[in-house]
Ligand binder design. Structure first.
Ligand code: NOJ
Ligand code: MG
Length: 533
């Protein structure tokens, strides 16, 4: 069976506000993305996932959708989208859109109609409840952005549910009319030619009948963010969600060769259920473990082994190193280890998702308090939960505003943009950008790295080393990553004796490899065994 494009390929996430501005308003847009496709081609990725581009009041920067079947004027028009899609397809790139089904914007006509009156035809499209008997919100659910998940509506004298901002009312997915309207939105874009969707907070769609209180979280400590006061036992991950994912899958499959990626933050055993329960679910339930795992060889080996073991039959793995919600990988593990992390992401078994800017090694960008934009930060300031530091403009070159915009960028650029940008890294053989190009080219040239099997190797005495074999047919490669700051000597399995280095994360050293391999601090290496007749 040959692999589907979304199995062998690499996904690259574009945060559209910050990729490239084409009209000088300081905000990235679709024409901007189209003008930068060459970067993605030369990088060597296969699919672009674009965070939401729909009309939106931008309370949560597009994750508050006011029309599921159009494009926000800040990003362009439907015809700009068609043009981008055609341009991407002509270069062999797929386009994946973001689908935000759990909630709409409070400015969506559906919600405006729903809140007009208790008797409104769309009242039941959202989750409305009376106040608790003693007054106050119907239950103890907390918004992921802090505060009660319920907002009082004066006009109709009821509360409505919002798992995120009050500007993002939760849709009532138990209502068949809501389901149909949302499925129609999927069909609208599939018919236009999009290659797939990343589905926002898929595990949130259905809430427990009766909306019981969530239990308190015994591990809660102040500073974690208020949402962690309770465990989201009844507000997320309900059994009925799988039938909905199944229906989305049926629709996607009806268009042939498309992909659905679910955003799901759950422990592995619950995460893998989103591959499908009874019917098929999404193709790729996002696996965020590399974002959260402690950065050491033993912890990562355990994560890989547990995940591989938990995958259901036919379930294709995937790995994520960063996204628009979490601190950048270079901030989490440091610059040296970020190179090792790139090699890990791009040599593990399964579809990798790479976040824009990580291919340049972008670190945390400090945002002066007067320029904070993210509602997450504004609602619970100072806890380090804000997401602006990972959403800053892509630095392209050393011209004004790093070539991102001719206007004033909506968020500040990285302080080191004059050196850390695409053009200058392209000229530097030791840059993160060149390393990413090399890794992606190596992956393309060796199916063992994309679709091959993976076997973890015993570390022996080299406890800071994570090593694994990738194998596809006759092709056998060995990846060894030094997650520590000391040199490590790795005993090689017999088949890898006398291997040659295909790629190192550090400057190449002409080393002869016999029965063992000496890894420098923070060095990752891909080895190929010698050809034996
Ligand atoms: C998850 C998205 O990734 C995040 O950016 C957004 O704020 C929430 N869902 C709400 O849509
Ligand atoms: Mg613009």
């Amino acid at each position: 069976m040959s692999a589907a494009w979304w199995q062998g390929g690499v996904v690259y996430q574009v945060y559209p506000r910050s990729f490239q501005d084409s009209d000088g308003d300081g905000i990235g847009d679709l024409r901007g993305i189209e003008s930068r496709l060459e970067h993605l081609v030369s990088l060597g990725i296969d699919a672009i996932w674009i965070s939401p581009i729909y009309p939106s009041p931008m309370a949560d920067f597009g994750y508050d959708v006011a029309d599921y079947c159009d494009v926000d004027p800040r990003f362009g028009t439907l015809s700009d989208f068609d043009s981008l899609l055609a341009a991407a397809h002509s270069r062999g790139l797929k386009i994946i859109l973001d689908f935000v089904p759990n909630h709409s914007s409070s400015q969506h006509p559906w919600f405006l109609e729903s809140k007009r009156a208790r008797t409104s035809a769309k009242r039941d499209w959202y989750v409305w409840r009376d106040a608790a008997s003693g007054g106050g919100p119907p239950n103890n659910w907390i918004s992921d952005f802090g505060g009660s998940a319920w907002e009082w509506d004066e006009t109709t004298g009821q509360y409505y549910l919002h798992a995120f901002l009050k500007e993002q009312p939760d849709l009532n997915w138990r209502n068949p009319a809501v389901q149909q309207a949302m499925y129609d939105a999927l069909r609208f874009w599939f018919a236009r030619g999009v290659d797939g969707f990343r589905i926002d907070v898929l595990w949130h769609l259905i809430k427990a009948e009766g909306l019981p209180d969530n239990p308190p979280n015994p591990a809660y400590r102040p500073g974690m963010g208020e949402m962690h006061r309770v465990l989201q036992l009844h507000s997320t991950d309900q059994p009925e969600v799988h039938a909905i994912a199944g229906e989305m899958r049926r629709i996607a499959d009806g268009f042939g060769d498309r992909v659905l990626i679910g955003e799901i933050y759950l422990p592995v055993e619950r995460l893998v259920r989103y591959y499908g329960v009874e019917t098929l679910g999404v193709h790729l339930p996002f696996n965020f473990q590399l974002v959260d795992a402690p950065w050491n060889a033993r912890a990562l080996a355990a994560v890989i082994a547990e995940y591989e073991a938990a995958l259901p039959c036919g379930g294709w793995p995937n790995w994520v190193l960063g996204n628009h919600d979490r601190p950048r990988v270079a901030e989490r593990v440091g610059e040296a280890q970020a190179r090792v992390a790139a090699m890990l992401l791009l040599t593990l078994r399964g579809t990798p998702t790479l976040y824009y800017g990580d291919e340049l090694g972008l670190g945390r960008v400090e945002i002066p308090s007067a320029r904070v934009q993210d509602p997450r930060e504004l609602r619970e300031p100072g806890l380090g939960l804000g997401r602006d530091p990972v959403r800053t403009p892509m630095p392209w070159d050393a011209s004004a505003n790093a070539g991102f915009t001719t206007g004033a960028p909506w968020l500040p650029l990285n302080g080191d943009w004059a050196e850390r940008n695409v053009a200058s890294e392209a000229r530097d053989a030791r840059s993160m950008l060149v390393l990413h190009r090399q890794l992606l080219a190596l992956r393309r040239a060796h199916p063992a790295l994309s679709v091959g099997d993976l076997t973890l190797l015993e570390p022996g005495d080299a406890t800071d080393v994570l090593a694994y074999e990738r194998r596809h047919g006759d092709q056998r490669l060995l990846v060894a990553l030094n997650l520590g700051a000391m040199p490590q000597s790795v005993a090689l399995p017999g088949w890898a004796h006398g291997s040659k280095v295909l790629l190192s994360t550090l400057e190449a050293e002409v080393a002869s490899i016999g029965e063992s391999l000496l890894l420098r601090p923070a060095e990752g290496i891909v080895l190929a065994p010698p050809c034996r007749p």
